[in-house]
Design a protein around this ligand. Structure first.
Ligand SMILES: [Cu+2]
Length: 589
């Protein structure tokens, strides 16, 4: 029984993964006591790797399409490196356009980082580029194209770096679980549609029935003001994702939900699952129903083990968890944040056993908290989508007093709470400014609040070993994540990448970066080449990350030790946000 599968998925999902399965059955890496069990992509080990970028025919939904692949598979081969080794990766471009590969989360010389226009010129058609660098870290990472929309059409794969001297994480079984999204449409056309109408793919629009529900619960006048408020803002409380299941098929290790990726485990085993969100547009909420997950690593860095039943992660992020199986089969369930779709796979002793698949949760509406931060919270925001009672003035300047309540800090021990909107935020590229941001990191986010499950939050994370640098930050850099939903414009401080100048870090400095989200969407912010050390609002170190998700109306900070000279990219990892302008160059000099 496959609940909630669309007819399309049901009919075609089963055949979906078979089309290109002409790969050599994977190699087995048997090292450090952890067994990496191959499934779909090849597993490549050693010091030297040859990767061929080309177009390959795939079929995920009943129609054949050309994907952009590495060595012919989706996902690309899993690369297994060893900490301390120097790796050489020859990438040959057999496409008709320039390509690139970026090693996400890997600390390396900037010329090897793989961002065309910043690190290098890209790899021209017919050419081979040789990446070479020393591997200075261990853990779970991934790689993907940084050219055009190639990542969205299949160019992503896992990287496992084996620690030089053990990482203290014991597991009898080890599986990569790489989640992604796929569209049958030309991504360029999808992008153009979003530019034209940003809620084109939102099929959870408020309906007449919703209005009468509100009228019943809140009273007619409150229901009218609630609707008016959203209309005046030209925003939509259900805008949780730019692209829904109407445009996307969700994949687990290259399989659709119906294709049901299978990972072999024995009953009672300790299993390490290396979750990678390699999607271009999708936040996933992940569970193994019935089992507790012990999170042992975030973004490749070991954390003090924390037990949860569910976690949310966005494009770019990785989490390693340990589960102990207690049945012959368990479902891995990943539903999208907007609750329009899911993907699932099975851990089990044999593929024949089919564990139950849960229903998706129902979608929730954005609340005042998601729009205005703490002021919204004090206006009463608890559960459901009934919190919009009363008419909130949408002239944000009325709330400017939020900023003046906080006096400036003369010490940099804790991040500044004073909200500073740049002059460039007052223009047509920005449709919303938050003056009373929330700094709480223990909020799991919309749709996960009070759902009866123990959901991981950023506040739960503690990287083992503490910060890489004990120095107090020498200065603060504050930037706001901004956008105009109607124009589908995304930016830092209202400035799209094309108009922007680089952010400068002095070589060797310890600097605090404050990001405030003045939009209604969660942005997974990825800084290349340097670690982002997340802290709480008191300045206490939490976790070393390469990608930090920032919720609507949230203000968070991290510290950076600018120890890597060169030019680096810093951007939202939602592919279309990056392309629409939420991208900055960072120069360390
Ligand atoms: Cu974004």
């Amino acid at each position: 029984m496959l609940p909630r599968l669309s007819r399309r998925q049901f009919l075609y999902g089963a055949m979906a993964s078979g089309i290109w399965l002409s790969l050599p059955s994977g190699l087995r890496a048997d090292t450090m006591g952890n067994r990496i069990t191959e499934n779909v992509p090849a597993i490549l080990t050693g010091h030297t790797f040859d990767l061929i970028v080309s177009e390959t025919e795939v079929n995920f939904s009943g129609v054949s399409r050309l994907a952009t692949t590495i060595n012919g598979s989706i996902p690309a081969p899993t690369l297994v490196w060893r900490e301390g080794d120097t790796v050489t990766i020859r990438v040959t471009n057999k496409l008709g356009v320039t390509t690139s590969i970026h090693w996400h989360g890997i600390i390396l010389p900037f010329q090897m980082d793989g961002v065309p226009g910043i690190s290098f010129d890209g790899i021209a058609p017919g050419k081979t580029f040789t990446y070479q660098f020393k591997v200075q870290q261990s853990g779970t990472y991934w790689y993907h194209s940084h050219s055009g929309f190639q990542e969205m059409t299949g160019m992503y794969g896992a990287i496992i770096i084996l620690p030089k001297s053990g990482d203290g994480i014991n597991a009898e079984r080890d599986h990569v679980v790489l989640l992604s999204d796929w569209t049958d449409d030309d991504p360029m056309a999808v992008f153009a549609r979003l530019k034209h109408q940003s809620d084109y793919y939102n099929f959870n629009q408020p309906t007449v029935a919703d209005f009468f529900h509100d009228a019943r619960v809140l009273g007619m006048s409150a229901a009218i003001s609630k609707r008016q408020m959203w209309n005046e803002m030209r925003m939509n409380p259900t805008d949780l994702a730019d692209l829904s299941a109407s445009a996307l098929t969700f994949l687990m290790n290259g399989r659709t939900a119906a294709g049901n990726w299978f990972g072999v485990v024995k009953k009672g085993e300790r299993v390490r699952l290396r979750f990678i969100n390699g999607s271009s547009n999708t936040f996933f909420d992940v569970r193994v129903p019935g089992l507790k997950m012990v999170v042992v690593q975030a973004d490749g860095q070991n954390v003090e083990p924390v037990t949860c039943e569910e976690f949310r992660f966005g494009p770019g992020e990785t989490y390693d968890v340990i589960v102990r199986t207690d049945e012959d089969a368990h479902t891995i369930f990943a539903q999208t944040m907007d609750r329009t779709g899911f993907v699932r796979g099975t851990l089990g002793t044999t593929p024949e056993v089919q564990p139950p698949v849960p229903d998706m949760d129902s979608p929730q509406w954005l609340s005042m908290t998601d729009m205005m931060g703490t002021m919204g919270a004090s206006a009463g925001t608890h559960g459901g989508h009934d919190e919009m009672h009363g008419k909130m003035a949408m002239d944000h300047s009325a709330h400017r007093m939020g900023a003046s309540q906080h006096t400036g800090h003369d010490s940099l021990a804790a991040p500044s709470q004073l909200v500073r909107h740049a002059r460039t935020e007052y223009g047509a590229t920005v449709d919303m400014r938050v003056d009373t941001p929330r700094t709480n990191l223990d909020d799991p986010g919309i749709g996960l609040r009070n759902n009866g499950r123990r959901v991981l939050t950023l506040d739960d994370l503690r990287t083992i070993g503490g910060p890489m640098d004990e120095r107090m930050p020498a200065r603060e850099v504050e930037l706001h994540l901004t956008g105009n939903m109607e124009r589908y414009s995304w930016s830092f401080d209202g400035v799209e990448f094309g108009q922007s100048t680089p952010v400068h870090f002095r070589h060797g400095e310890r600097v605090r970066v404050i990001l405030q989200n003045d939009t209604m969407m969660t942005h997974p912010m990825h800084l290349h080449g340097l670690w982002s050390e997340l802290e709480n609002d008191k300045g206490d170190f939490l976790a070393r990350r390469h990608t930090i998700p920032i919720q609507p109306a949230q203000r968070i900070s991290f510290q950076v030790t600018a120890d890597a000279l060169g030019r680096w990219a810093w951007h939202c990892h939602l592919l279309f946000h990056m392309d629409a302008g939420m991208f900055r160059e960072v120069v360390v000099s």
